[in-house]
Write a protein that binds this ligand. Structure first.
Ligand SMILES: NC(=O)C1=CN([C@@H]2O[C@H](COP(=O)(O)OP(=O)(O)OC[C@H]3O[C@@H](n4cnc5c(N)ncnc54)[C@H](O)[C@@H]3O)[C@@H](O)[C@H]2O)C=CC1
Ligand SMILES: N[C@@H](CC=O)C(=O)O
Ligand code: NA
Length: 428
């Protein structure tokens, strides 16, 4: 008789509760597929008594996550607490040191400490798996590390934060204000404990860090990503983009160029009728390009209870089956230090600025752009607002540095009111 695989779960919030529901509901199926029973032995959270809609009375309780990690009756520690440092890091390190496998949904922890944790796990011969950490229910880690393992990956791009996509698309479709759609995302269980990680693009950049490590064989390096959140995007931008046949997405791009690995996570404009432009709500999409496969597109729920727990249990089943893989798809010691640049390549840009409503204002801004080497493709002026004349400029292809310089020079003309908004247009 094969012994059961015994789990200890740290964190009983959205994802932890989802995991318990799957184990309790699909126990027979898991046992058949894993070849052995999967049992929850012990759990740990801040509150023992909170009503979670699941019965946890049959599991041992631990107040201290590290004590849970060290329990001799546990084979796999599932870390669903979150946080880049603190108890999540201590528990993961303790579990690895105690020779336990770890399954985690914690992209922040892995993006910042992934290299050290991977080296420790590989030295101990245990698995450290994190499918839930990137794009929730989409099996993107498996796709890259297993299905596409024979490809030289050339580019990854995609929408990797459900909260941001939910906010941007609900504001446009339902004409609802930011605060209302933010609360809806909260109710759906999409938000990080600190939601500035979501809207600041940091959560999505953590995910891109992990994908880049697997795809390009580089050490996880969060600081190598050019980063900007969606906080400055207004309903005016969403409407102006729609008028141009475009939609705003928080888009991650990682590509190997002659200059090295270029990585960015920034709000971008994409054609409204493209697969990325059509993406609604908390859905994520990852486009992967490889030398042999050409292009594949993965689309699915990137957040929420069921989808995220689905990814966690997939990792647990792999461990139950005895499947073992290096943390980032190749031994951590062989990962390169990334020759990376916080760059975005050359693209057309969207610029929205408010100009003083006086003769010559537009000419001064056009001259400023010219002086920065930025060439204008098309321009549109909107109805005046008080003494302000909003103007939209679409440039020919140019670099982020040139756009930043153009914005600086425009501000120095003295005719720009407020902060201009600059968004790259991702055409292909
Ligand atoms: N909610 C989602 O859609 C997704 C979440 N994730 C990740 O999954 C992890 C968990 O997320 P959620 O379930 O949404 O969080 P949550 O806030 O709903 O739940 C966190 C749980 O951890 C427990 N916890 C936190 N600190 C603790 C401590 N010091 N000691 C004991 N227990 C502690 C809390 O009591 C709570 O039960 C995070 O790393 C998050 O980034 C990943 C993908 C999607
Ligand atoms: N907060 C995240 C949850 C999943 O990773 C998101 O909104 O995508
Ligand atoms: Na995933």
């Amino acid at each position: 008789m094969t012994t059961p695989l015994r789990l200890g779960i740290a964190g009983l919030g959205t994802v932890g509760t989802g995991l318990i529901k799957i184990v309790q509901t699909n126990g027979d199926l898991l046992a058949r597929r894993a070849g052995r029973a999967v049992e929850i032995v012990a759990v740990c959270a801040r509150s023992r008594t909170r009503n979670r809609g699941v019965d946890i009375s049959g599991y041992a309780w631990e107040d201290d996550p590290v004590a849970l990690a060290r329990r001799p009756d546990i084979d796999v520690v599932v870390e669903l607490m979150g946080g880049e440092n603190g108890p999540a890091k201590a528990l993961t390190e303790a579990a690895i040191a105690a020779g336990k496998h770890v399954v985690s949904a914690n992209k922040a922890l892995l993006a910042i400490h992934g290299q050290a944790l991977a080296e420790a796990a590989e030295a101990q011969g245990v698995s450290l798996r994190y499918e839930a950490a990137v794009a929730g229910g989409i099996p993107v880690i498996k796709s890259l590390a297993e299905g596409l393992a024979g490809n030289r990956i050339t580019r990854i791009k995609g929408v990797m934060n459900g909260t941001c996509n939910y906010i941007l698309t609900r504001m446009e479709d339902a004409g609802l204000p930011y605060d209302t759609v933010f609360e809806e995302a909260n109710q759906l269980g999409y938000l990080e404990a600190d939601p500035t990680l979501d809207v600041g693009g940091i959560d999505a950049a953590h995910k891109l860090t992990l994908l880049s490590a697997i795809a390009f064989g580089v050490r996880p390096d969060f600081d190598a990503i050019a980063l900007e959140g969606i906080q400055r995007i207004s309903i005016e931008d969403i409407r102006a983009a729609a008028d141009l046949g475009l939609r705003i997405k928080l888009l991650g791009v990682a590509q190997m160029t002659g200059r090295g690995l270029e990585q960015s996570m920034t709000p971008c404009l994409v054609p409204a009728d493209s697969p990325l432009g059509q993406l609604k709500g908390g859905t994520n999409m990852i486009v992967i390009e490889g030398d042999a496969v050409d292009q594949i597109i993965l689309r699915g729920p990137g957040a929420g209870e069921g989808p995220t727990a689905s990814a966690v249990i997939g990792d647990v089943i792999d461990i139950a089956r005895g499947f073992h893989m290096p943390v980032f798809g190749q031994p951590a010691a062989t990962l390169d230090v990334a020759v990376s640049a916080k760059a975005m390549g050359s693209k057309p840009w969207y610029l929205r600025m408010g100009l003083m409503d006086k003769p010559g204002a537009l000419a001064k801004v056009a001259e400023a752009l010219g002086n920065a080497g930025v060439s204008i493709n098309r321009m549109r002026q909107y109805g005046h607002q008080d003494t302000r004349a909003p103007v939209l400029i679409i440039t020919h292809k140019t670099t982020r540095d040139a756009i930043d310089h153009a914005v600086d020079l425009s501000m120095k003309t003295g005719v720009v009111v407020g902060e201009p908004v600059a968004l790259a247009i991702e055409e292909d």
